[in-house]
Design a protein around this ligand. Structure first.
Ligand code: ADP
Ligand code: F6P
Length: 349
């Protein structure tokens, strides 16, 4: 292979720049040139009015001063048309037209689905897991997860200080889509009292009991870390709870927010409870050393595989070792939470 392409797709993740840097530098060492496609699969479909806005040749100098930067300089975007076969065929045609013989796709499970479609059309592809969610089962960690976790921990520490001063309970909602990994790790690392995740059923009543019990044990603050997807595993009859309390008359049962859950816990426990949604702060920021190292290892490994004409693979880490699994197997999300970590949170709270 003499020329490969690289793109970042889906939600951005700290460490994507470090990954692109590793791909470009490793390709150069292996006598391959690199085309960087912009805005995920949109760049490959060449949707901009100017080609320079869709792709650019990347040299070792293009990726200078990038390893420590958050975001992705190639930019990222969703491209829903890419789910259709005609657009996937157009992508293969465009890639071949540019002399690109293999593609490195950096992103989450959606990005992997797109890459798998190209692989099934006979185009060589290797995927790298870049998502803060850590929701891919085949690899023990994804690029961006460690940075997002550290950002979340930093925020929780700050919220704990004000919660402690005011003797309040706090709900802190973290990202993760349908996966509770960011929530579980944040809760353990911050000594949270409670973690609520989509993988486990929960009720508002149980949480209110835990807050009451914490107050009885003399806790000044109670930290409850919520995964954003946890709303789907709520088992309470919210309408029945709201009908019992005047303070809950405005709660929108269909579109429950973290603040409304906090209001319910406050009504049931009698203890002041506030909510904070951490949001996009978790996706930004300079990647941690762990994410930079992971990005460098996976980026170079992906290039080595393409160089050896191995494709249709997703690279990752298992027991600290580099692995490469078929994309079709790797693109499945994680459905089970880490029971050991969950019981540890409980034991230590
Ligand atoms: P992530 O890669 O972080 O999971 P998304 O789920 O938004 O993010 O997917 C990113 C992009 O991958 C989508 O905008 C689309 O271009 C492509 N994609 C997602 N699902 C598919 C699919 N089933 N087939 C082909 N391409 C897909
Ligand atoms: O997949 C990463 C992620 O940040 C999820 O945690 C979150 O649910 C989603 O992306 C948000 O996506 P958007 O950037 O489209 O709002």
């Amino acid at each position: 292979m003499k020329r490969i392409g690289v793109l970042t797709s889906g939600g951005d993740a700290p460490g994507m720049n470090a990954t692109v840097r590793a791909v470009v530098r490793s390709a150069q060492q292996n006598d391959m040139s690199v085309v960087g496609f912009k805005r995920g699969y949109n760049g490959v479909l060449m949707r901009s009015s100017q080609q320079s806005d869709d792709f650019a040749m990347l040299t070792a100098r293009s990726v200078s001063d990038k390893i420590h930067r958050g975001g992705t300089f190639l930019m990222t975007a969703r491209c829903l048309e890419f789910k259709q076969r005609e657009y996937q065929e157009l992508a293969v045609q465009n890639l071949k037209h540019l002399g690109v013989e293999g593609l490195v796709c950096i992103g989450g499970d959606g990005t992997f689905h797109g890459a798998n479609a190209l692989h099934e059309l006979g185009f060589p592809v290797v995927c790298i897991p870049g998502t803060i969610d850590n929701d891919l089962d085949y690899t023990e960690v994804t690029i961006g997860f460690d940075t997002a976790l550290n950002t979340a921990c930093d925020c929780v520490n700050k919220i704990r200080e004000t919660s402690d001063s005011h003797e309040r309970a706090s709900i802190i909602t973290v990202m993760g889509r349908n996966c509770g990994d960011i929530a579980v790790s944040t809760a353990l690392a911050c000594g949270a009292e409670v973690v609520v995740i989509p993988e486990k059923p929960w009720t508002v009543e149980e949480l209110a009991d835990q807050v009451r019990w914490g107050v009885m044990k003399g806790k000044r603050s109670m930290i409850m870390v919520f995964a954003e997807g946890a709303i789907h595993s709520l088992q309470s009859d919210v309408s029945a709870i709201c009908s019992r309390y005047e303070s809950l008359s405005d709660v929108s049962v269909k579109h429950l927010t973290s603040s409304q859950i906090a209001m319910m816990i406050e009504a049931l426990s009698g203890h002041e409870t506030r909510a904070t949604v951490l949001g996009y702060t978790q996706r930004g920021g300079s990647p941690t050393a762990a994410d930079r190292i992971l990005a460098s290892r996976l980026g170079a490994f992906a290039v080595h595989l393409l160089k050896e004409d191995k494709s249709g693979l997703a690279v990752g880490l298992r027991k600290g070792e580099l692995i490469a699994d078929p994309i079709g197997k790797a693109m499945h999300g994680r459905s089970q939470a880490d029971e050991e970590l969950l019981s540890l949170i409980n034991e230590l709270s």
